[in-house]
Design a binder for this molecule. Structure first.
Ligand SMILES: Nc1ncnc2c1ncn2[C@@H]1O[C@H](COP(=O)(O)OP(=O)(O)OP(=O)(O)O)[C@@H](O)[C@H]1O
Ligand SMILES: [Mg+2]
Length: 275
């Protein structure tokens, strides 16, 4: 996928420069990376909220990047929930917590709606039982964030996309929210993608995807970190090497056996930390 935004001045901002990613059903992934690296953009494309400027996105067999708006809104109402960055954008400010949950369930099939978790249970899972009838605009930032997540999971989605769901929460509330997210994965097999800046949050996910300058720079699987070779063989040097191996450095890459490539710069001496 490639995604550009056009600014008011008419410039193009390249937010995604070529992302190629497969997410398996039931996987739980944390997206990491510096501000502006394209995390939120990627999430909204996966959620069918925007269409990529180029490239294709499949949800199972269906190509959501080509779906018409009508079909897409049904997918969003029933199968894929996206919690956008900044909780308030996901909520009706003049309505109560319970009304917001009801609103997010409007597009569900009636039979599924009857089987869904009761409002009260859902609110207590995010620690908002006492706020059920409170109006959103009078809630604290952390309460709104928890409510936005409750609304996102209220439809029992197959795919949950949540952008910074724990950024404003206390440790205790953060743990509650993570419990709810992982509980959904355990109980319903929901595929979960979360954007986070918090290492403690990322740690609870078996797979991490680190974005860098609009590309996937690195991935972590079960605690090991990998650099990902991108389109046309592009490779991101891990950031702790960048100071010593700055942009423009000429390097030689040579194979060593089948599983190793050795990176060296002219003038370096064997084994002196320059490999
Ligand atoms: N609506 C928009 N119009 C123009 N440029 C945009 C728009 N949304 C995002 N961008 C630009 O696209 C790039 C990627 O933005 P994005 O919001 O995806 O980053 P992010 O990784 O989520 O950052 P953060 O961690 O700060 O939330 C940035 O350069 C940003 O300025
Ligand atoms: Mg963002």
């Amino acid at each position: 996928m490639v995604h550009l935004y056009r600014t008011f001045e008419g410039h193009d901002v390249v937010a995604l420069r070529g992302v190629d990613l497969t997410i398996l059903p039931g996987e739980r992934i944390a997206f990491l990376g510096p501000s502006g690296s394209g995390k939120s953009t990627l999430l909204t494309l996966l959620g069918g909220i925007q269409k990529p400027s180029a490239g294709r996105i499949f949800l199972g067999e269906e190509e959501i990047s080509r779906m018409g708006e009508r079909y897409l809104s049904r997918v969003r109402a029933r199968r894929v929930s996206t919690m956008l960055q900044g909780a308030t954008r996901n909520l009706l400010p003049y309505a109560t917590a319970r009304q917001n949950i009801g609103f997010s369930r409007l597009g569900m099939e009636p039979s599924l709606r009857r089987e869904a978790m009761a409002d009260r249970d859902l609110l207590s899972r995010v620690g908002l039982e006492a706020q059920a009838d409170q109006i959103v605009s009078t809630m604290s930032g952390g309460q709104r964030q928890r409510l936005a997540l409750a609304c996102a999971v209220a439809t029992g989605p197959q795919l949950l996309l949540a952008d910074e769901p724990t950024s404003q929460l206390s440790h205790e509330d953060r743990d509650h929210v993570l419990e709810l997210i992982h509980g959904l994965g355990d109980e319903l097999g929901t595929t979960v993608v979360v954007v986070t800046h918090q290492p403690e949050v990322a740690e609870t996910f078996p797979r991490t995807v680190t974005m860098k300058g609009g590309r996937v720079g690195a991935e972590g699987r079960d605690g090991s970190e990998y650099v990902v070779i991108g389109a046309e063989g592009v490779l991101h040097l891990p950031s702790h090497y960048v100071a010593e191996w700055p942009q423009g450095t000429l390097v030689r890459i040579e194979p060593e056996g089948f599983e190793r490539l050795v990176l060296s710069r002219p003038g370096g001496t064997e084994g002196a930390g320059d490999r």
